[in-house]
Write a protein that binds this ligand. Structure first.
Ligand code: ZN
Length: 280
């Protein structure tokens, strides 16, 4: 940690981190409460926008730089003394599933914001710039695809993804992104909107969504890897007919057996003779 550079304005907003944390969780919950239960912050929808605006205003109030990237995500920045070095990235997603939990995603954004605000208050200037992302559209519940906000940044959304309809059939993902000001043309071309080399590490605080920590009585844990979530709308397993009395199992290409195995085995590691073709 270094002394602040001369062009770095000194802010002295002090705050009680606990009270601010409670407010940062309560206010979005109040504003995005679902009529039935939980919070609903639809990807690229009203609830998500409200939560994003609220986070942005608090970040600005606490002297952080804010910007909206080309995928409509919010970035909050604490500049470092060596801004040319790859930055430290942190954050999480701000959207939720319908009637979702208030802390899923939001916990990572709020934790990052409190850390950066505290560093700002104490005039701590890190060597590397720290960037906090409040990502939009990470939940697959709305358009059938996970990680939209981050995939868009790295050129990983294809035309089919962008044409995907909202769960209610109201509009396409492309329309939703456009309504939030995202650079849909660039996203559709697969342009890389964020250079991975500009980021040294990525840290994300997240609530646990499995029973493991409760079962092991652990208050916190560090996860070094997590299973990805890829959803295929259609999977076809094509087999070949064979004479039931003459063709042994190991020479058969049975679509039903392969389909059953696919449910239990990571794709590409089928033990038995695979069906002729199994694609998504
Ligand atoms: Zn989450």
């Amino acid at each position: 940690m270094n002394a602040p550079p001369e062009n770095h304005p000194v802010e002295t907003i002090d705050f009680d981190a606990r009270s601010l944390a409670i407010w940062l969780f309560d206010e979005p919950r109040n504003q995005t409460a679902d009529e039935t239960a939980g919070a609903t912050r639809e990807s690229y929808g009203k609830g998500e926008q409200k939560a994003l605006d609220l986070i942005k205003s608090v970040a600005t109030e606490h002297g952080l730089e804010t910007e909206i990237d080309e995928a409509a995500n919010l970035i909050m920045t604490l500049p470092g003394s060596e801004p040319d070095r790859p930055s430290i990235a942190c954050g999480s997603h701000i959207d939720s599933v319908p009637q979702g939990g208030n802390y899923d995603g939001a916990a990572g954004v709020v934790a990052g914001l409190l850390c950066l605000a505290r560093m700002r208050t104490q005039n701590i200037v890190p060597q590397r710039t720290i960037k906090l992302w409040a990502l939009r559209g990470e939940e697959s519940a709305w358009y059938g695809k996970s990680y939209i906000g981050s995939s868009a940044l790295f050129g990983h959304l294809c035309a089919d993804d962008l044409a995907a309809a909202h769960r209610n059939g109201r509009r396409s993902l492309a329309d939703a992104l456009k309504s939030c000001g995202a650079a849909v043309d660039r996203i559709e071309r697969g342009d890389q909107l964020l250079d991975p080399a500009s980021i040294a590490v990525y840290l994300e605080l997240h609530i646990e969504q499995s029973p493991v920590m409760v079962a092991r009585d652990l208050p916190t844990a560090i996860v070094t890897g997590i299973r990805g979530c890829i959803r295929h709308r259609t999977i076809r397993c094509l087999g070949e007919t064979g004479h039931s009395g003459a063709a042994p199992r190991w020479l058969r290409r049975d679509a039903l057996f392969t389909t059953a195995e696919l449910y239990h085995t990571p794709t590409g590691r089928l033990a038995s003779a695979p069906a002729r073709r199994c694609n998504a």
